[in-house]
Design a protein around this ligand. Sequence first.
Ligand code: EPU
Length: 416
Amino acid sequence: METIHIQGGIPLQGKVRIQGSKNAALPILAACLLMEDVSFLRNCPRIADVEAMIELLQCLGCSMHWRREGLEVNTRQFNCGALPEKAVRGMRSSVFLWGALLGRCGEFSLEYPGGCVIGNRPVDMHIWALEQLGARFQQEESRLYAYAPHLSGAYIRLPISSVGVTENIILAALSAQGDTYVEGAAKEPEIIALCDFLNRCGAWIEGAGTEHLHVVGGRRLYGTEYTIPADRIVAGTYLFATIGTGGRVLLEQAPVKHMGETIRVAEDMGAVLYLTSEGIYVQGPSRPRSIRLETAPYPGFPTDLQSIVLAVETVGEGRSKITERIFENRFRIVPQLQKMGADIEVEDSICAHVCGVNALKGAHLHGEELRGGAALVIAGLMADGESRVDGVSYIMRGYENICRDFKELGARVSGE
Ligand code: EPU
């Protein structure tokens, strides 16, 4: 599917089951390389980024099988082989292989990771952190060669909160001699999931979800069964889509506990929310109230939901101010929304001033990245008339089937 056609103006109604978390599943798949065993990941999302990671693991001799309830990962035949350039470049999450491969093979030679065009997405801190554990890096044209015959535990203080760097340190530190202490670790729920998984495999990691992490090195790991938690960003996407269309939806299995700021912002926008054991029941307002929002590392408002709120606030009452603090290119969808009649001004490329209009009008839109693409689909659902969103392959990196989900909620959408 490359294009989604949308007939807008219909409030979303009904219930939707929230898929497993992309950002929990990807590092957990990399973590499987640290053991010679079989693991079973329940609720693993069937999305393009996971399929790409599966392909990388298969190249390293792992056998991967989708079963009805999840993904079986067998790393018993693992070998330290080469990885195809295209697959590595194609996804940002190939960076998680660094810590795991250093631990398992003592070296790697890989292309720089690719990923969404939401900013520079440098890897300097990954390199610096792994160097603290004893790894050495050499640039080889477009590739990066790293070797670490002996990883040693270290005390690492991160200058800024980084999810990926924290995860890479954990993966490498498990194979190090001695313990590793991280200060300034990222606190995202996906790090808690990675540590829960690894602790079930026999690791000893303390402090997940806080700024202080303690990883015991050198313990032998075994395969396990684990349920990937529900995706808080997908739940947030459908929550704001309900607000944008003035609908009523039950977000089944939404991870309420990890959606604090998202829920607060939704309520500020005028939604009525009931948090139940089944998930979140949301009733959208007739028109969203304007807000002031700044993205921040967890427990702050997630950068991954910023463009979605921006799209919804184009029809808000009054003026909203949305500030992006994590990635510098998150406002790429603004010209697309302007095509639909949105009134948005971007200041210094980090702050968007949105003046709500009465209605958006349907348009032909181009998604260029995962969350921005989802935001455009939501803008299409809110708009009068027909919209067409291209670039659906970006959306499929993180959503199992956004078209099916919106259709089940009564939207008139179709994919081709
Ligand atoms: N940073 C550096 N140097 C580095 C690494 C990061 O300067 O070596 C900076 C980044 O440029 C950014 C900040 O650190 O300004 C934080 O980025 P972080 O490393 O936390 O991001 P990430 O690990 O690359 C993960 C998610 C992203 C999510 C961010 C922030 C995964 C696979 N990806 O990325 O998810 O936006 O954390 O929460 O976990 C998405 O799902 O759409 C997505 C992009």
